[in-house]
Structure formats: structure tokens, C-alpha cells
Write a protein that binds this ligand. Structure first.
Ligand code: AMP
Length: 472
């Protein structure tokens, strides 16, 4: 089996222009965006002449140290945290990807997934492109290299129209920083200011950490450029399309203390929990959140149902990527190392466990078993979104339909599989009523409905490019 199999998934982006501590602030920004990608990270900086880079596998705090940050001088930088769960990954795929091409040196960092990556890759290769990575992000650089253009900006604007799918890009050259968001705005991207410096981040929690002021979200279909002339905005796409903000960013992926798509994630999750309590009330003594993913929704459920919230599951946050698996030695080790149970709280109680989602169902099944072993009398499971029935081709890591529990079974069957006393998922209408900043049709709900806002052919298979590059 070839393990060089590197799907591009949801990631974190941070960029800054015009600050003498650019790489240190980028390091802090990535720290705040760690949840968007724990597999690898990197920073590219520039002093206006030269470009410097450092990338590594692992968490931001493990990859970087003071010495490394010092080796990344300059007043401009971009950084990336990478999320990928399938197979081994290689340093060459870690971003930002730094290349020299016809217009000069450029670094690129990408959050999202291009649905026509394979078609573009095939075409470009036939025409002579030599790819260095198996990542779809490199495609933009090859398109820019071919564009008949005077400079990076024109090359970028000419190339974007070939891309289909979900993308936020940050690109850095010695003389400019570019921020790009696709026409539908699937993934979040913010513009902020720190003193005189412009900053960009996937989520506002990174701005809070460094004391930057959020100015506004980069608009869907917008290209921003920061250079010695200041900040400029371009709208290179002629046709207008309605946005498709990924609702799962609100449900699970983004941090609760971030603001995305016009509202604070925690407040949306609290509303989801309240709605869930209205749709699926239950007679119970305690509401138990699954930390951290179910915390805000559990609070909303408790407020609405008037059943007290209690911590029954405690999470260990210090799980490295490489602990030694004892295999059969300790049952349910994978789940137990992350979550321990408060037996004295749970014993003899009828509990409602609130979580954000069920994907494959394996974790949830083990968790319910452990809760019963810890003495819970009844376990009622409440999920703050509808059943996941379809994979995401726009950057969230969901398995195929064959592996998605919600696609394989009816609710009653899932209830039996998980061995819960009752199971309640939030309805699609209920979920959509909890996002208030935009009209409901402005959110992508394809993972629940199968209505994909950007169509794709065979190349929509998000692993097709990796299979091609890795000869699978
Ligand atoms: P499972 O019961 O195995 O399907 O796991 C459910 C848990 O996975 C929930 O607690 C979710 O918070 C979490 N989860 C949901 N989506 C993802 C994702 N894309 N990547 C990793 N974990 C996820």
C-alpha cells in the first residue's frame, strides 16, 4: 500500500503585512488556529528582498521555537496549519508551498478543496507542468505561471477563474500579500488591523490573541492585495453567485470564541442546543456535554430544558500524535485516553449527552458503553445537527457514504447500534433557523442533503488527485 496519500482538508490560515514581529505574530496566530489542523504547520516570511521558510510535522508549539522564529525575519509573513487524516503525509506537502516561477518567488497557503483538481492537474501535466507535490494547492501556481500577465496580481486574477470548489488562499511574494476567497465563500477568512499592520486569519480568535481588531470578512469572490501602495480590493468574477457558507464550521469546526459568517460561533451553538431541546425533549436529571465539541449546544439544551448541566466527561487535552497504542491491552484505549468519566456524577443518573455530530459512530458507541459502565442509568443522546449522509468535497474531512452512519442506517437502527435509550438529531429546518446573519439559502448543507452547490464530475472525488500522484 502506498502511504503517500495526502488529501487536502480544512486548514488554518494566518497572514500579516507591515509589522516588525511578523513571524512571531504568525506563530501566535497559528497557535490560535491549531484546531483547524494538527498534522503539520509552516511559516514563510519576507523582508521585501529575500524569502524565508520553516515547516514541520506536528503541532505549532512543537514545530517552532524562539531560534526558528528568529530565522524568519521581515515585516511580512503567512502561515498555515494543516489538517489531514488519511495515511501518512510528507513534508513536501506541508504549506505554505514556496516556489520560484516566471513572475518570481511566491508562497501559497490554502484552506479548502478544489473539486476540479484532477482535471486541471491532468491538463497542466499534458502541457508540460512538473508538479512538486500531490496537493491541489500547487495547481494555482502552475496556472499563474502560464498566464500571460505582467506581475503576480494579474497572473492571479487571470488564473482564479479556472478553479472550482472551495478555497481561501494567502499568497506572499517579497513585495505583496494576497488574500483570496472563492465566490461562494465556503470557508471563513477575515481581515484585521494591528497598529499599522494588516492581518488575515481564518477565524477571529487569532486576532483576539494578538490584540488585532477585526475589520471585516474578506468577501466571497474577493481578492485583496496589500503592498507598499496599501490595501486594495478586486472582484475578478463577473457572474454573481449566492454564497454557500459551510454550516459545519458553526456546528463543529470553528472555535466557539470566533466570529465567522457574521456571528459568534458559541452563540449559534447555544441556539442549536435550545432548538434541539425543543425538538427532542427528554425526562432526565443531568445534561452532560461531550467536551469540547458539545459544550455550547449542551448549555443551550440545559437553558431550554431547565435540566442542570453537569460535567460527566473530562477531556485530556495533552494527547500527542504518537503515543504507543497498547492494542488489546486496554479496552477502548483510543477513546479512554482522550476522555475520562466522573463516576460519582454519573452513577444511577438519567443523563442526556449532547454532542455536535456523529460521523462513523465508532467513538459515540464506545462512549455510550463507557458511560453505562460508569453507572449511568439511562443514556439519551442529542445531536446538534441532522444525520450526516453525504461526504464533503469542499474541505471537511468526512468519510464516504459507505462509512457515514447516518447514510447507512435509519434513526431507530442507529439508536440500537449506539445502545442509547433515545436518540434525537436536530432537524434541517431547526438547524437553519439558528443561523441568523444571512438568508438560509446562503449556507452549504450538502453533507446533510446531498445538494452540492458546486457541481463536479468524477474529479469531484477528493482523493483522485492523491491517487494519481501516488500511483494508487
Ligand atoms: P464518531 O462517533 O466516531 O462518529 O465521532 C463523533 C465525534 O467526531 C463527534 O464528537 C464530533 O465532534 C467529531 N467530529 C465531527 N466531525 C469531525 C471531523 N470532520 N473530523 C474529526 N472529528 C469530527
Amino acid at each position: 500500500m502506498n502511504l503517500d496519500f495526502t488529501p487536502k482538508e480544512c486548514c488554518g490560515l494566518f497572514g500579516i503585512w507591515g509589522h516588525n514581529q511578523a513571524s512571531y505574530l504568525t506563530y501566535l496566530g497559528l497557535y490560535a488556529l491549531q484546531h483547524r489542523g494538527e498534522e503539520a504547520c509552516g511559516i514563510v516570511s519576507s523582508d521585501g528582498k529575500e524569502v524565508f521558510q520553516y515547516k514541520g510535522m506536528g503541532l505549532v508549539g512543537d514545530v517552532f521555537n524562539g531560534e526558528i522564529i528568529k530565522s524568519l525575519p521581515g515585516d511580512r509573513a503567512i502561515g498555515h496549519t494543516r489538517y489531514s487524516t488519511t495515511g501518512a503525509s510528507l513534508l513536501k506537502n506541508v504549506q505554505p508551498i514556496l516556489v520560484n516561477y516566471s513572475q518570481g518567488t511566491i508562497a501559497i497557503a490554502h484552506n479548502g478543496n478544489l473539486v476540479n483538481a484532477l482535471a486541471l492537474h491532468n491538463k497542466l501535466e499534458k502541457e508540460g507542468s512538473i508538479f512538486q507535490t500531490s496537493s491541489d494547492s500547487e495547481i494555482l501556481i502552475h496556472l499563474m505561471a502560464r498566464a500571460k500577465a505582467k506581475g503576480h496580481l494579474e497572473a492571479l486574477l487571470k488564473s482564479l477563474r479556472f478553479l472550482e470548489g472551495a478555497y481561501c488562499f494567502l499568497l506572499l511574494t517579497p513585495s505583496a500579500l494576497f488574500a483570496v476567497r472563492d465566490q461562494r465563500g465556503f470557508r471563513p477568512l477575515w481581515l484585521g488591523k494591528l497598529d499599522k499592520a494588516y492581518v488575515f486569519s481564518s477565524e477571529t480568535c487569532a486576532f483576539d490573541l494578538i490584540g488585532a481588531e477585526p475589520l471585516r470578512e474578506v468577501e466571497p469572490g474577493e481578492v485583496m492585495v496589500v503592498d507598499e501602495k496599501g490595501l486594495r480590493s478586486f472582484k475578478p468574477f463577473r457572474e454573481r453567485v449566492i454564497p454557500s457558507f459551510c454550516i459545519f464550521e458553526h456546528i463543529y469546526f470553528s472555535r466557539p470564541d470566533s466570529k465567522i459568517f457574521g456571528e459568534t460561533v458559541h452563540l449559534v451553538r447555544e441556539r442549536l442546543g435550545r432548538k434541539l431541546a425543543q425538538e427532542h425533549p427528554v425526562e432526565a436529571e443531568l445534561i452532560i456535554p461531550v467536551p469540547d465539541s458539545g459544550a455550547s449546544a449542551a448549555l443551550g439544551f440545559s437553558q431550554e430544558s431547565k435540566i442542570p448541566l453537569e460535567y460527566g466527561i473530562i477531556r485530556n487535552h495533552y494527547i500527542g500524535r504518537t503515543f504507543i497504542q497498547p492494542f488489546q491491552l486496554i479496552r477502548d484505549f483510543r477513546v479512554k485516553i482522550k476522555f475520562n468519566l466522573l463516576k460519582d456524577v454519573l452513577k444511577g443518573k438519567r443523563i442526556v449527552v449532547v454532542d455536535d455530530s456523529i460521523v462513523r459512530g465508532t467513538t459515540s458507541q464506545i462512549r455510550v458503553r463507557n458511560l453505562r459502565e460508569a453507572g449511568a442509568k439511562e443514556v439519551h443522546l442529542r445531536i446538534s445537527c441532522p444525520p450526516h449522509k453525504f461526504p464533503c468535497f469542499y474541505g471537511i474531512d468526512f468519510p464516504t457514504r459507505k462509512e457515514l452512519l447516518g447514510a447507512r442506517f435509519k434513526i431507530k437502527e442507529i439508536e440500537k447500534f449506539l445502545n442509547v435509550d433515545s436518540l434525537g438529531y436536530l432537524s434541517l429546518e431547526g438547524m437553519l433557523s439558528c443561523v441568523k446573519a444571512y438568508p438560509q439559502e446562503n449556507y452549504c448543507v450538502a453533507c446533510f442533503t446531498g445538494n452540492y452547490p458546486v457541481k463536479f464530475g468524477r474529479e469531484g472525488d477528493k482523493f483522485a488527485l492523491e491517487r494519481k500522484c501516488c500511483g494508487e
